[in-house]
Design a protein. Structure first.
Length: 147
């Protein structure tokens, strides 16, 4: 008698769990996944190519500015070392401190342009964001159409 009650309870419990699992999996919608090849899209957009050229020109300009300033500082450091025997220690230290300050400013400028939160990242976001928005709008339109 006890065996039959346990068997009935077990079969009812098993049936209830099975029905819950089956009904929940049946009621879920299928998930559709799509892959968007942004590289292909960007390569084939004339607007992106033009904007990318402008971006490259800005980067090259910033690199040239930094390189020019760095070369100028190197020349001034060498000139100071050449003049070192001819000037007093105080004057040498003043000039050296001035050059060190300018070197620090150049490093700060370099970080401003090319650092982790620099202008080159901001420019890249400005360049790509409108295109990403267009792609997202097109994907959303297709998703709404295929519902």
């Amino acid at each position: 008698m006890i065996y039959k009650k346990q068997n009935i309870v077990f079969s009812l419990l098993f049936s209830a769990i099975f029905l819950l699992i089956f009904s929940s999996s049946y009621s879920q919608k299928t998930l559709r996944v799509g892959y968007i090849n942004m590289d292909y899209i960007l390569e084939n957009l004339d607007d992106y190519k033009l904007a990318n050229q402008e971006y490259s020109l800005k980067l090259d300009k910033w690199k040239r500015e930094i390189e020019k300033e760095n070369n100028d500082l190197d020349i001034r450091y060498r000139e100071l070392e050449i003049k070192r025997p001819l000037i007093t220690t105080t004057i040498y230290e003043e000039f050296k401190a001035e050059l060190d300050f300018e070197k620090k400013q150049l490093e700060d400028y370099q970080q401003k342009r090319f650092g982790p939160e620099g202008d080159w990242i901001v420019q890249e976001k400005i360049l790509i964001q409108p295109i990403q928005d267009e792609v997202l709008a097109a994907v959303q339109k297709i998703a709404d159409k295929n519902k």
